[in-house]
Design a binder for this molecule. Structure first.
Ligand code: URA
Length: 231
């Protein structure tokens, strides 16, 4: 991690304040004054600010019940962002969302400052199952169960989707579990069978299930057990 990022996250100082502190020679790494904000820290480096040892910032893991109409990015000209829902819990520059949702999709969002954990959640190699509740414009043809289980070629793609599990619960409603995270994947899978998704809600990622006690727009830290679900 860069020295300025480490100090900002560990102390709550702004990047500007950190820069000033570095300029004033108030920061040492392993007892050597460092003035360069971009200085790369190694695992066991000992960082001091005004002669006080500064412990490494702890990674944070959050689940958020995403409302409709919010975008999963730091800044958007037209829609409110989920960064705004987090009340400075996570600084915009460290906001990593594991599996973004479309503006009109609701449900489980995982947010973390831990890059390695993020990789495990999002990397196709780790095949984390994502379960969605889907409502469609037209009745869902039961043949979709086999079609999705076999994999389906999405428009303008070369490779079919990986096997997915469709559980039809009502004529226009189903659970779909996928292990990939292609662009608009669920909507495009239904479009490929001639149907249209009108509501989409993510219930779980891997073993992490959206906490039913979270109101729309609310969030909470993940428990240790939840963090460890992702292996
Ligand atoms: N698939 C979609 O089409 N949209 C989402 O938001 C998530 C998965």
């Amino acid at each position: 991690m860069r020295l300025d990022k480490y100090l900002a996250h560990a102390t709550g100082m702004s990047r500007k304040e950190v820069k000033r502190a570095l300029h004033k020679s108030l920061v040492t790494v392993n007892d050597v004054v460092i003035k360069n904000s971009a200085h790369k820290l190694k695992e066991d480096d000992n960082v001091n600010f005004e002669e006080q040892s500064i412990a490494a910032p702890k990674p944070r893991y959050i689940m958020l019940n995403k409302p409709e109409g919010y975008v999963c990015s730091n800044d958007d000209g037209t829609h409110p962002t989920i960064a705004g829902l987090l009340h400075d819990e996570v600084r915009p520059d460290e906001l990593n969302i594991a599996g973004r949702l479309d503006v009109d999709t609701t449900g489980l969002l995982l947010i973390t400052t831990d890059g390695q954990w993020l990789h495990k959640v999002t990397s196709p190699n780790h095949k984390q199952e994502k379960r969605y509740l889907v409502e469609t414009a037209d009745p869902i043809d039961p043949s979709a169960i086999d079609t999705f289980a076999e994999g389906i070629l999405l428009e303008s793609e070369k490779h079919p989707t990986k096997p997915a599990v469709l559980e039809i619960i009502e004529s226009h409603m189903a659970y779909l579990t996928i292990t990939e995270g292609r662009y608009h994947q669920v909507k495009r899978m239904f479009a490929a069978i001639g149907n249209k998704v009108i509501e989409l809600h993510r219930e779980s990622i891997g073993g992490i299930v959206l906490d039913k006690s979270l109101e729309v727009g609310e969030y909470r830290p993940l428990t240790t057990a939840e963090i460890e679900q992702v292996q």
